[in-house]
Design a protein around this ligand. Structure first.
Ligand code: HEC
Length: 131
């Protein structure tokens, strides 16, 4: 199961990097997603993230054709603090760093889900050296 996940992440990363190159003329992502043990809240966050955010930000945050990777220097806590995640989810985000278009507000996400999503995003970022 874990291997399948990692394999899936590698494919996602390759595809994301490919489209990232096509769409953004940015260097391909060189991140590899390491296996990690999530905390309890992080595990809940992963579920919520995969249900909503992964459609654009990718499983394991690697990005997709529809949205940027959150495993990126732009999104480390010192650059995009937790409040910027809250604001992006509640109000959406205008296209500014990339060329994927605007992020629509995700109004169905509850505050509890949002708290767990933030924990999840930070845990995966930390495990991959984005901190
Ligand atoms: C329909 C696609 C889509 C979905 C769904 C989506 N996002 Fe986004 N998100 C984007 C795009 C595109 C951007 C990049 C905007 C830019 O900087 O150009 C973005 C940017 C962000 C940012 C950075 C905001 C900033 O201040 O620059 C955060 C944080 C974020 N998304 C978190 C999330 C979370 C958490 C979820 C799930 C609850 C989510 N997104 C769902 C498309 C999406």
């Amino acid at each position: 199961m874990r291997n399948t996940l990692i394999f899936g992440a590698a494919i996602g990363l390759a595809v994301g990097a490919y489209f990232g190159l096509l769409k953004n003329d940015l260097p391909a992502q060189t991140t590899t997603v390491s296996a990690l043990e999530l905390t309890e809240i992080g595990t809940r966050g992963e579920e919520a993230f995969n249900g909503t955010c992964a459609a654009c930000h990718g499983v394991n945050l690697v990005g997709t054709n529809n949205g940027p990777p959150l495993l990126h220097q732009f999104y480390v806590p010192g650059h995009h603090g937790d409040m910027s995640i809250v604001l992006a989810v509640k109000q959406g985000s205008r296209q500014h760093h990339w060329r994927f278009g605007d992020m629509p507000a995700q109004e169905h996400i509850t505050d509890a889900e949002l708290t767990s999503i933030i924990a999840y995003v930070r845990e995966v970022q930390r495990a991959n050296g984005f901190n």
